[in-house]
Structures are given as C-alpha cells and as structure tokens.
Design a binder for this molecule. Structure first.
Ligand code: DQQ
Length: 585
C-alpha cells in the first residue's frame, strides 16, 4: 500500500487510470447529482463539431474534460496549477489531478498527472483540494479521496523530491486519510479542503465544505503537525437552507490597497473573505467579514449577504474557484472554472469541455463592501495588433463597427461617457435581488433610456448573430442603479446550447463618475467581461454558428433613447500562448 518514492512512468499512469476507469464503471459510481458519470460517453473518439470554437488563450488541456482548479501555488520560481481532469473523455469521470507549470501564469507546460486513484483512501476518486506551503518552503497538498465505502475523506500528499522545482512526483503516505468523516459528519457531503493558515493559537487551521440537512457548513479542523487533525466544536461559518458548500475558500485581504496577503496574515487592517460554491445552484457566493481568531469564528459584515442575493466573483459560468497568494508579486490570484453551456452529448462530440477563466488579481474595493478583480498583468504580453477609437458619439439606435482587426480572439477595453442621466428608466425594485431575471426581461433588444449600450461581440456581419455585453442605467428612489448584462440569446442558431442571460449590478456612483468602463476578453467560445474596472464580472460560453474565426465582428451599440459617447476604445488581437501541448516527463 502507499506509493513512497514511486517513479512516475507513462505506462503506469495509463495502466492505473485504465484500471481505475474499469473499476468505477463496474461499480457504477454515482455519488452526488453533480458528479454523474456518463458511462456511455467515456472513452469515445471525438468527432469534432467545429474546432474553431475551441478557446485558444484560456487555460485548457489539449483535449477532454476539465473542471475545478486545484492546489495553485508558487514554488522555486514556478507557478503550479492542478485541475480536475478526465484523461479518457470530454465528460466528467475518471478524475485525476492533472498538473501544469508556468513562469508567467499564461504559457503552460503539462506534466504527468500528480494525483490519481491508487490507494484504498482514494480509489473511487481524487477530488478537489488545496496546496499549503509550509515553513522552509515545503509544499503539501490536501485533497478529497473517495474510498470503497463511497465516503469522502481528506488525504495528504507530499512532493517526493523537493529539489525538483517541477514537483513531478507526489507521495501519499500510508497513514491517510488524515481527516476521515467522523460521527455526525455527512460522509457523502464532506469535501474540498482549503489551504491551511497558521492561526495565532499556534495551530494549522483549515475548513472542509459540507452540509447538515440543508445547512451549508465550513467544518473547521486544527492541527499542530499538519498530520493529526482535530475537528473543532463549531464550524468556521454555516448558513441555513442553502445546501452543500463545495470548494470553500477563506483568505485575508488588506483593508486598504491592492497588495495581496499570505493566507496566515491577520491583525489590524486585515479583513477576511469566505467564498462557497453552492452545489444546489452551481453558482458561488462570497462574503467580506471579520475573523475572530480566539473563537475561530467568521462573521460576515452586515453589507455582505450569505444567501443567493449575495456577492459573486462572477455572475456567469464560473464555479469551484480558488485563490492563492503569489509571493513573487505579492498579490492574491483567483482561478475559476468556466464550464461549457453545451449538453454532455455535444461535449462528447467536441472532444473538449471546460476552461479556466484568465487568472485574476483580486483586492478589496475602497468601499470595503466588495472585491475588485482584474486579469493578471502578464496577460497583456499576449496583446498584438492594436486599434484605438476615440471620441465617437453613438446616437440612440446607432452602431459602430470596430474594423481592421480580427475579434474572435481579442481583448477590448472601452470607456463610455454618460453625459446626462435625464432619460434613465425608473428602477423596478422587484428586481433588486435578481439582476439576472431583470436582464432576461430587459434584453439588449428592449429599448431603454440610458442604455442598453455596450458591445456586440462574436457578431455576424449583419448582427443577426451576436452576444451583447452592455449596461443599462436606472433611476431608483435615492440613487442610480447600473445593471451590467451578458445577453447571449442570439449568440448562435444552434438550438442545443444553453443561452442564459447573466447580470449583476455595478456599485459605482454614476452621478459622480459620468463614465463607465468595460473590458471583454473574447476567445472563440468564451466571453469574459469586467465592468466598472472589475467591480462586476460576467463570463459566458457561447457557440456561434456564423460568427466564427474571420467571420466574427465587433460592434459598439446603443439601444437607449439618449446618445452615449465612446471616449476611448482599445482593441487588441491576442496571440496564442503555449497551452499544455505535450506532456513533459
Ligand atoms: N468537483 C469535485 C468535487 C467538488 C466539485 C469533483 C465541484 O471535489 O466538490 O470533481 O465542482
């Protein structure tokens, strides 16, 4: 048992994964609704639907299924990224921890999978988890294993060779699991350990996602040696009637400024953030609050709500996210899974499914009420051909095409001047907690007062096919409300794809700024947008049927009653980074 000093070889992985797949298939592994194995879709040869829709600069393996980001970390000058991956097909199943490395978080080289089912404590699954870098620069991984009784248990793994900066080989000690589900813990809802922090009480501390009945919970564990873990009497935090909390993330943020904090930081000028991924809705929410160390208790601020009306990193396709502290640039970086909007059957035909959103730097907004996110600066090294448009008035009902640049693989930044708010529509308070439903009602087609104005991306030349990314400004009782929307309802003629509108409010005082900015990263079937300088983010997966490759156009539009001005628009073609093309052994 155990795999100390195992020498990694390709054949061993293939044999192991094959055995694992057969054994899972034999045992019909159905665990949770979100972990359905489509047995008939595993191990098929993909008939590519349209490879031009495959994202080119977002993180992805060359083929097959990807889901959650796992264990991101920085070690000896190298960024490590692991992710849930199916080596056999483009639907969920046979999950291993695939492993990639980078020196800039943008160009990636693939290594052989780091963690894969091999021992009784993980033979039915190697699910999500996190890395912690212990003093003396010693990385360690904690991940969820599924054991033969279908129990979710937490396991530890160590690098086999700390002098290998690529950390190619990982060892799972025989004493695993280090955190089994004890009496009173729901063993089929007990997963995704966080990065641990060293608390002032001189214990390593972490949380594991769980639920009790319908109460979502972040169960807290403490350890002196990182091997023996003791469950605390009370969870770090919990919330009623919400269901399973997957992939919790808990970290400190500076109350002022953009600098990231190491996960164990505490004291004056430090706030904390708790993020949970809700299995019931497949959306995730975060709160900003205070961590009371002496009680190991986290209390969200009154401005942060714990339920489905709460804050989201991203109001679109973005799930199971995880942050890590980058000591090289003193920043906190967010990774999130942007899943497909296609059916499992179409994913099978495509031969690929899932990307990671572009890594984002994240910090606390000056208001202290929410986080702000922005694509990491390294992304800009991919910018190529550049076009600028300045001072263009877009009259009511007008369009402006951004020409002389290909826009299927692009980065667009635009600032709109909103000179007058006179024609703003009256806000309907019914939608104050449901921006998404508001956007579904007031789409890009619905004429408004101030807005809808914004971009039509991945558009056909005649604009019949397009994804609208836009703002709409309303007059509420005591302030103006800025709604940001993604409307992909006309993004494709393909019926089979899910085309939901996504939306969030942007917390800016438009009466003061009179301006609002929008950035959209367009990557064939990904549209990732940042409104108000990164205060509100939305990611959509869209699959145009006409606006593909060279046939994709970009427009600015204004469907409001009042003119708006593009004070400046910058668009860049984006070059293709190195993206896990071949495995380095
Ligand atoms: N995905 C993993 C689980 C996690 C879920 C399994 C979230 O550990 O709860 O692939 O997407």
């Amino acid at each position: 048992m155990g795999s100390p000093n195992r020498v990694w070889t390709a054949w061993l992985f293939v044999a192991c994964a094959h055995w694992c797949f057969c054994s899972m298939a034999r045992n019909k592994m159905f665990v949770e609704p979100s972990h359905v194995v489509y047995e008939e879709l595993q191990s098929v040869s993909p008939a590519l639907v349209n490879d031009e829709l495959k994202p080119r600069y977002h993180f992805r393996p060359p083929r097959n299924w990807l889901n959650d980001p796992n264990g991101p970390m920085y070690y000896k000058g190298i960024y490590h990224f692991f992710y849930q991956y199916n080596p056999y097909g483009s639907v969920w199943g046979n999950i291993v921890w695939a492993h990639s490395i980078s020196t800039d978080l943008i160009n990636w080289k693939a290594l052989a999978p780091a963690i894969y089912p091999s021992e009784p404590f993980d033979i039915y699954g190697c699910w999500s988890g996190s890395a912690t870098v212990l003093p003396g620069d010693k990385p360690v991984i904690l991940y969820t294993g599924v054991d033969p009784e279908q129990r979710q248990v937490q396991n530890i793994a160590f690098p086999a060779n700390l002098s290998d900066p690529y950390l190619r080989e990982w060892t799972k000690p025989d004493y695993n699991p280090v955190i089994p589900p004890e009496l009173g813990v729901n063993a089929s809802a007990f997963r995704d350990p966080t990065t641990a922090w060293y608390a002032p009480n001189k214990h390593w501390t972490l949380v594991v996602g769980s639920k009790r009945d319908r109460r979502g919970m972040a169960i807290l564990y403490r350890s002196k040696d990182f091997v023996h873990w003791i469950k605390a009497k009370h969870p770090l935090h919990s919330f009623k009637d919400i269901g399973m909390w997957e992939c919790p993330d808990f970290f400190p943020v500076a109350a002022k400024g953009r600098q990231g904090l190491e996960t164990s930081e505490y004291g004056d000028g430090v706030k904390h953030v708790l993020k949970v991924s809700l299995d019931a809705t497949r959306y995730e929410y975060y709160t900003v609050g205070k961590y009371y160390h002496h009680m190991d208790k986290y209390v969200p601020d009154v401005t942060s709500s714990d339920d489905h009306t709460g804050l989201r990193y991203d109001y679109g396709n973005f799930y199971a996210s995880k942050t890590f502290y980058d000591p090289a640039k003193k920043r906190r970086i967010l990774w999130g899974w942007a899943n497909e909007s296609d059916s499992a059957y179409t994913d099978k035909d495509k031969g690929w499914a899932g990307v990671q959103a572009i890594p984002r730097s994240l910090w606390l907004d000056d208001s202290g009420r929410q986080l702000v996110q922005w694509p990491i600066e390294e992304f800009e090294t991919l910018r190529d051909k550049h076009i600028i448009v300045k001072n263009k008035n877009i009259p009511s009902g007008g369009f402006l095409e951004v020409q002389d640049i290909q826009t299927a693989q692009a980065d667009v930044e635009v600032t709109f001047d909103v000179a007058s708010l006179e024609k703003a529509e009256v806000f309907d308070p019914y939608y104050v907690d449901d921006a998404q439903a508001f956007c579904a009602k007031k789409t890009a087609e619905t004429k408004g007062g101030v807005g809808p104005f914004g971009l039509l991306v991945l558009a056909s030349a005649n604009r019949e096919e397009r994804t609208a990314v836009f703002f709409r400004i309303f007059k509420a009782q005591s302030k103006y409300m800025v709604l940001m929307c993604h409307d992909p309802t006309r993004s494709s003629k393909r019926e089979s794809t899910y085309k939901p509108t996504f939306a969030g409010f942007v917390d800016i005082d438009i009466t003061k700024t009179r301006k609002i900015s929008l950035r959209s990263l367009i990557d064939h079937s990904v549209v990732e947008s940042f409104g108000g300088g990164g205060k509100t983010c939305i990611t959509s997966r869209v699959y145009p049927s006409v606006a593909i490759g060279e046939n994709a156009h970009l427009f600015v539009f204004n469907n409001g009653a009042q003119d708006v001005k593009v004070s400046e628009l910058n668009a860049w073609e984006i070059t293709e980074p190195e993206m896990n093309d071949e495995i380095i052994y």
